[in-house]
Design a protein around this ligand. Sequence first.
Ligand SMILES: [Cu+2]
Length: 179
Amino acid sequence: MGVVLFMVMMAVAQVSHADVYKVGDSAGWTTLGNIDYRKWAATKNFQIGDTIVFEYNAKFHNVMRVTHAMYKSCNASSPISTFTTGNDSIHITNHGHHFFFCGVPGHCEAGQKVDINVLRVSVEAPTPSALVSPTVQASHVPAPSPSNASPLIIALRGAFGVMSFTIGILSLAFYSYFN
Ligand SMILES: [Cu+2]
């Protein structure tokens, strides 16, 4: 059962962290406005499962995924992959650094480069309590008697606000039905 619980927890954690990040936010992927993509990336907590979106005018820019060495030297000669649609979604499937720059001559040098670093350890732990107000969790969810609550349910209630809220409602219904 511990394994099942762990898998459920992982699934919930994964789902709740599938965020979409548009590089440069409203400015997008550009050389205009001297956007500091390093600064942009520094404020994000990229996770596996997230999607990175590069939005740009495909006439003037592209996206190349490159190695660290190529990234540092703005060497566009042999990218790992190249994206050219103007609205490229890159799905993050592994930890570590993901280096991207624009392969149009001069653009990387002008700062059109970004390092998407997916940390091995989550900086920001899942905060399900933020989804359900503590008041609801504390006062509206009745504590089930030991007889009708399995350890799994108790564990899930403790671990995840949303789940515990749902389970709480269910046990409340159970409670009023049988009492
Ligand atoms: Cu460019």
